[in-house]
Design a protein around this ligand. Sequence first.
Ligand code: GAR
Length: 217
Amino acid sequence: MLKIGVLASGRGTNLQAIIDACNDGRINAKVECVISDNKNAFALERAKKHGIASYYVDASDRREHERRMDEILRSHDVELVIGAGYMRILSEWFIKQWNRKIINIHPALLPSFKGLNAQKQAVDYGVKIAGCTTHFMDELPDHGPIILQAAVVVKSNDDESTLAERILKVEHQLLPRTIDLYEQKRIVIEGRKVRILPGDSWKEKYSYPDVLYSEGY
Ligand code: GAR
């Protein structure tokens, strides 16, 4: 079973989606620990409720914050780190420690709308199609090789929160599936590109929101 460590700064609905997918057998993985830079993060409560080790790690000193996170992840023998709404930029040092073993979800179709408030950026820009992306983290924010994407239609009466809510539902499918592909060893990184090796399809196995998923979903 793949051992996962999750970094989360907020309410942790993506964390919950991972836990649910582990529990109902969609993915052969287990969340071993949850780390937050925010002591009030509801993600920590979710972890506790499920008997998962949870840690608040102060981030006032970034080096110390990352050193401690690294130590915790190693102490739990974590094989894959997931950024699930972790809102800090990680240093080159931390990324190197977890090279090709650290995946993030971002609520936009990268490379559009990097950084904070991606859904608001999409609404303000007037795009007609928004979405979400899972990608390996590299030394630049929201930049590493893209694994999966899904497209979500922007409606004319959408504001930041209605669009964010619609994208979030899709994130809850995309992130567990990304972990599933990783666990099945079907993700091949070729430079900037990711190739997904053939195998099962969640589109066929499960009924999911009617959105456009990239190949490999
Ligand atoms: C999600 O929409 C996630 O994609 C986003 O934060 C939200 C966390 O929600 N992440 C980023 O913007 C990272 N740049 P959650 O705490 O309910 O999972």
